[in-house]
Design a protein around this ligand. Structure first.
Ligand SMILES: *Cc1c(COP(=O)(O)O)cnc(C)c1O
Length: 427
């Protein structure tokens, strides 16, 4: 069997039909924005490999950090032991993240970071004398990961809740914030979505530990951008009802929306912050859940006092070293000009898509460009065109979108935008 034949027969791919898997590319190498396939074909990775490779593939600083670390210490348990890469990364996270976020829990993946955040909220409420608060509120069209509890706060329709009925915890959903990013804010709670959120939180407050949201940009639940004013008001509502506010910035964190964190678009901070995806610059699975001194100290003062979570590979030194190098690159600050330039160029280059038949909306924020169609688009059909386009794109739902590496130059970005337009014309 060739590698591709073996893959087809034995390897499961994400959200893919085993019997009809669709086109799959064999990647031999990656550098910068480029993926090199087995036959030498080169494709631009317009997805940053699921939004993670923000500095491009094999950035020399991250590669060097990994080489240096593996020659010293690949892994050691984090119970009773610590190491420099964990401490160095912690310092950088404190430097970059919203100032209230002072305590860091390292996790294996984004979904685990969400699980940890939800458990923190429940343990906080328990320690604060409200043990009956074990449920969660969220908004529709969100995405928070694929593990059970994370899945329960994903959009019930796109998250296929009916499939897992009975196995999923019931959560509380408010409608998606109706006012888009960039539109004029409307103070009337009947129009801005806050009437619904307030009614939900008022009715269910006695059961709700936390409200979890992707701030400003909803990613895998539909690539929708909403007005940050919603978040400022959500903060006030949560405070009024003793509900913690969790921001899931696994997709939006580390510069993707043109701010270092999407909280940069708001006046408020969360109680708990989930980070992942771009944290290691796209090299390996890793994530972090950050929280305030208040939440951490309340949990510490309750019973059993300890936070009940501790993965085997917690704070893996290799992942910490890669993340430390990736955050070091962010600290140099080039991301700001890079994402601003990408935003300006995508705005101009994608605008013509508005006039194409079948296009419902075109939107750009930071280094995110979306062409939303009025019909579902097939990733397989897109992949069938990738070689010819020279660009790797993987649409989902109604959306043809790109989240290119921040280092993508103008010519490569033109090629990405042209490929998106072509897909909008043909899919
Ligand atoms: C991708 C994502 C997750 C899940 O992260 P994994 O590393 O895939 O488990 C959670 N929340 C958001 C907002 C994401 O985009």
């Amino acid at each position: 069997m060739t590698p591709l034949e073996f893959d087809r027969h034995h390897l499961w791919h994400p959200y893919t039909n085993v019997t009809q898997p669709g086109p799959t590319f064999l990647v031999r190498e990656a550098e910068g924005v480029w993926l090199t396939l087995d036959d030498g074909t080169r494709l631009i990775d317009a997805m940053s490999s699921w939004w993670s490779a923000i500095h491009g593939h094999r950035h020399p600083a991250i590669t060097a950090a990994l080489h240096a670390q593996i020659d010293r210490l690949a892994h050691v348990m984090f119970g009773g032991l610590t190491h420099d890469p964990a401490v160095d990364l912690g310092r950088k996270l404190l430097d970059l993240a919203p100032s209230d976020m002072q305590r860091i829990f390292y996790c294996d993946s984004g979904s685990v970071a969400v699980e940890v955040a939800l458990k923190m909220a429940v343990q906080y409420q328990h320690a604060a004398g409200r043990p009956e608060r074990t449920e969660f509120a969220t908004i529709r069209s969100g995405y928070h990961g694929d593990t059970w509890k994370a899945m329960s706060v994903c959009d019930p329709v796109t998250g296929m809740h009916h499939l897992f009925k009975g196995a999923l915890s019931i959560q509380h959903f408010a409608p998606r914030p109706p006012i888009p990013f960039g539109a004029e804010w409307e103070d009337d709670p009947a129009w801005n979505g806050l009437g619904d959120l307030r009614a939900l939180l008022e009715t269910e407050a006695g059961r709700i530990a936390a409200l979890i949201l992707e701030p400003v940009v909803q990613g895998a639940g539909g690539m929708y951008f909403y007005h940050p004013e919603y978040l400022n008001a959500a903060r006030t509502l949560c405070d009024a009802h003793g509900i913690l506010l969790i921001f899931d910035e696994i997709a939006t964190g580390f510069g993707r929306t043109g701010q270092l964190f999407a909280t940069g678009h708001t006046r408020v901070q969360p109680d708990i912050l989930c980070l992942g995806k771009a944290i290691t610059g796209g090299t390996m699975s890793f994530a972090a859940t950050m929280t305030s001194d208040k939440v951490a100290e309340t949990i510490g003062a309750g019973t059993p006092g300890v936070f009940m979570h501790g993965p085997t590979f917690m704070a893996n030194p290799l992942a910490c070293a890669a993340a430390g190098a990736s955050l070091g690159l962010l600290q140099q600050g080039d991301w700001r000009a890079q994402t601003a330039a990408i935003e300006a160029q995508m705005r101009a280059a994608l605008a013509p898509a508005r006039d194409l038949p079948g296009v419902r909306d075109v939107r750009v924020l930071g280094a995110i460009g979306v062409i939303e169609m009025d019909h579902p688009v097939s990733a397989d059909a897109a992949h069938a065109q990738c070689r010819e386009l020279g660009v790797f794109l993987r649409p989902f739902g109604h959306n043809i979108y790109a989240m290119p590496p921040y280092v993508t130059g103008p010519e490569d970005l033109d090629r990405i935008c042209a490929a998106m337009l072509r897909l909008a014309e043909t899919l």
